[in-house]
Design a protein around this ligand. Sequence first.
Ligand SMILES: Cc1cc2nc3c(=O)[nH]c(=O)nc-3n(C[C@H](O)[C@H](O)[C@H](O)COP(=O)(O)OP(=O)(O)OC[C@H]3O[C@@H](n4cnc5c(N)ncnc54)[C@H](O)[C@@H]3O)c2cc1C
Length: 409
Amino acid sequence: MSEHGQTEVESPDRGAFRVEVRSFLEAHAEPLAEVDPWTVSGFPDDAEAEAYFSRGRAWQATLADHGWAGITWPTEYGGRGGDAWMGRVFAEEAARFGSHSGFVSATIAMLGPTLLALGSEVQKQRFIPPLLRADEAWCQLFSEPGAGSDLAGLATRAVPDGDSFVVDGQKVWSSCAQFCDWGFLLARTDPDAPKHQGISFFLMDMSTPGVEVRPLVQANGSTHFNEVFLTGVRIPAEQLVGDLHGGWGPARMVLANEAAFIGRGGGSTAHRLVELARMFRRQDDPVIRQGLADAFIREQIIRLLGRRIRAALRHDGPPVVDPALTKVFAADLKARNGQLATAISGAAGVAGPDPVGQWVQAELINRFTISIGGGTTEVQKNNLAERWLGLPREPWPDKGLPWRDVPRS
Ligand SMILES: Cc1cc2nc3c(=O)[nH]c(=O)nc-3n(C[C@H](O)[C@H](O)[C@H](O)COP(=O)(O)OP(=O)(O)OC[C@H]3O[C@@H](n4cnc5c(N)ncnc54)[C@H](O)[C@@H]3O)c2cc1C
């Protein structure tokens, strides 16, 4: 069955697989009907946020215990060893249930393929199974106060000392770091090399002495982000991924996986907006109707682009759609939906303390999250312009300069 209920002709092995997926989900997943559609994910309450995080973790463990985590990942590291189409079938069926892995699914999608491709055998054996089961939850420690879009300009230092590295510096915007056990960290190991060539990629235990996580309180009272201060933190040398000074390669892989993860789209907000219009008796308003149809069309385009990407993967073909493109599209839709929710409900809806009002507030306040997180829309457009339109690179005044000579604010 397709996501809109039309019956598609499916090969017997796919049909049998789908039945197997459904019976697992029916036995273990929360029915969608029991999940409050107006639940918000930007919590003003830390205990609730932690409970939400833990629920996602627990669901990931359930998936792993029944062989449904890492469907395409190798069995020797806890995956199922299946084909890409199996992942697609599972995602289609899971969309009809309420259980999901929440935040951990993002860092699993970012780090897992990177470790599989570039980690040592020992690292893969040690880190991938607990990553996949979320026994160890991971955060991304890339951005710094002076390095976001220009990530390669980062200033956190890692200095070799015996059989470890000593790390000093500061990270920021580290999502959910307060709940995580490990972080994947970029640090500068060669300040004399040009900025992209002197960075290394480390796996860091967040309980190491010298790691201090300070939550940042947002406008809505939630603390999704953190500052992470690193003072004399010792990281064993065996937790370096890839080559020393070669961290830009794994960093790019993480960023590409992040863009693909964000751009894959989520559940349907268009249908929730239609429900909101009904509640506020705005479904006859011609401008609102145009907005709702527009939201639906854009959602369908993202879904279809996602399908094309997955179909290409299924046939081992080259990516037909750049993940940067789907991310830009998804970011634009999120911003539009936040505006539309506010236009539908008006001031009364936005100010309401009830769950629906809180949902509208969250849609409004969070509408730019994905046009900034995982690389801003402007930066993604620059990349698309260079990769797909052959436009000249942006001016690069520090090209070839040793990092220590690059002017910094
Ligand atoms: C929801 C969310 C979650 C996040 N989670 C994490 C996380 O877990 N770990 C982590 O390390 N980071 C995380 N980040 C940080 C994120 O990666 C950075 O915010 C992002 O890369 C932008 O960097 P910046 O904030 O320093 O902005 P800046 O780089 O200072 O950009 C400021 C503005 O200038 C524009 N700009 C910059 N350079 C160019 C250019 N060359 N051309 C055109 N315009 C440009 C940008 O588009 C932006 O509008 C998260 C951010 C968000 C919003």
